[in-house]
Design a protein around this ligand. Structure first.
Ligand code: LLP
Length: 441
């Protein structure tokens, strides 16, 4: 397993993260356990800012909180001077509860409810990123009812879908998100909002995909947006303050993943922007999620049972699985692993890591070489910082694991482990189903 951030093998031959011995973490907090490396999260944030500062482009960095959103994470994001992208009332509420300044929050989503729009206006978020015409008219109505002037970005579908080194120009913008360009939806929306007395257009947004390894795919999207911007300038005398080009920077989950260093990607994007906006340039917003937190998360499991099918495969089962990390099942995502309690031992045994859920698809890793695994070993899976905790479920009524933040030898719980009581807390039994004292049988 590649050691990201502060992860290292210590003198006891254990995996250590943030100066904390993971075998101690397992004892203290139990498993499965999400471990977040605070120094590395901050390092990523600073690295991106520095890469931006080394260009002539006016960048603004934001964090896409869907990747990993908790109260403590919001505090870190604020301290690092980032803006925050939220996509639901729940994410917004988390940010507000963390005391995150509303004027640094902006609100995405393709189907925001009336209540969510009202909440966003009440909190005074910086922008609502309007996704479609129905939302636009709904927002206009509530803004005017509330007597507020609401600043807006439009989400545009530029017809580019990007993933790793590949991207497709879909031409037909077949996506549930945003105003499409080719059918003229975006222009209609611009003309509409420019006549509004309660909404004010501040700019455009596009997000072309995730786990993108180089700048190339951004070029096509940016160029399409630039055409729209030039048209807006020419025809409607509107020039945006902000052009948000989304997130999507890729990380190294396994050695097959070879993202370019962020400095190179930012340089690439910057030269595209420079060419596109030779006269005046809007503020360019970046909103990565995965790239900020992905490599900073490690999940620690305890190995339980094992099953060997001679000549076929050896399964080792851990105490978590699809409920705490659905990504292998949903996206066929690949991960690396190691034994945290025997970090220096030679890896000789080819095994597959199964979860404990009642589903054949609950496999965390197919084929990984580890030291000869024994019941009770601690298995660490790296790069689980993004879209693991945030996508966790209670499938099979498994309580969600705790999240600990580690730094400088300190481990602090930022999300408590769920209990069985939590699992049934919201359940109700209709009175007719209450357990009767009379036995009818
Ligand atoms: N901005 C917008 C508008 C987005 O839709 C997303 C991700 C991001 C920013 C952040 O993208 P990132 O930098 O994290 O790639 N659950 C999937 C990822 C879904 C991403 C959805 N949108 C996964 O586990 O891979």
């Amino acid at each position: 397993m590649y050691l990201h951030g502060t992860a290292k093998k210590n003198v006891q031959g254990h995996l250590e993260i943030g100066g904390c011995d993971t075998t101690q973490l397992a004892k203290q907090f139990g498993t499965p356990l999400y471990i977040m490396d605070e120094a590395n999260i901050r390092k990523q944030m600073r690295k991106l800012k520095k890469a931006c500062d080394q260009t002539t482009i006016p960048y603004r960095t934001a964090y896409a909180s869907k990747a990993f959103n908790t109260l403590a994470m919001c505090r870190i994001v604020e301290e690092e001077g980032y803006f925050l992208d939220v996509v639901s009332g729940g994410e917004l509420y988390t940010a507000v509860q963390a005391g995150f300044p509303a004027d640094r929050i902006y609100f995405h989503g393709n189907n925001k409810s009336l209540e969510e729009l009202k909440e966003a206006i009440n909190y005074g978020v910086r922008y609502v990123v309007v996704d479609n015409m129905i939302e636009l008219t709904m927002l206009e109505e509530v803004a005017s009812e509330m007597g507020k002037m609401v600043p807006v970005l439009f989400r545009i579908t530029p017809g580019v879908e990007a993933h790793t080194h590949n991207f497709v120009q879909t031409g037909q913008e077949d996506s549930k998100f945003g105003f499409d360009l080719s059918s003229g939806q975006a222009d209609v929306a611009v003309q509409y909002i420019l006549g509004s007395s309660s909404l004010i257009l501040k700019g455009f947004h596009s997000h072309i995909g995730s786990q993108i390894f180089d700048a190339e795919a951004f070029a096509v999207a940016i160029n399409r947006l630039v055409e729209l911007i030039h048209r807006c300038e020419r025809e409607y005398s509107f020039f945006p303050d902000v052009l948000n080009i989304g997130g999507g920077f890729g990380i190294r989950y396994t050695e097959q993943d070879t993202p370019q260093p962020i400095e190179i990607i930012i340089k690439g994007i910057s030269s595209i922007i420079e060419k596109a906006f030779s006269q005046r340039c809007p503020e360019i917003w970046l909103e990565p999620g995965r790239w900020i937190v992905g490599e900073s998360g490690t999940t620690l499991y305890t190995v339980g049972t094992m099953k060997e099918i001679p000549g076929i495969r050896k399964y080792i089962a851990v105490d978590g699985g699809i409920a705490d990390n659905p990504r292998p099942a949903i996206y066929d995502a690949k991960y690396e692993a190691m034994l945290a309690n025997r970090a220096n031992e030679e890896a000789t045994d080819l095994v597959s890591v199964a979860g404990k859920c009642c589903e054949s698809g609950d496999m965390l890793i197919w084929d990984v070489t580890l030291p000869l695994v024994q019941k009770g070993d601690l298995l660490a899976i790296s790069c689980t910082g993004a879209y693991n905790y945030s996508m966790a479920s209670n499938y099979n009524r498994l309580p969600k694991p705790a999240v600990v933040l580690v730094q400088n030898g300190r481990a602090e719980v930022i999300v408590e482990r769920e209990t069985y009581e939590d699992i049934v807390k919201k359940d109700k039994i209709p009175s007719r189903l209450l357990k009767q004292t009379v036995n009818h049988l």
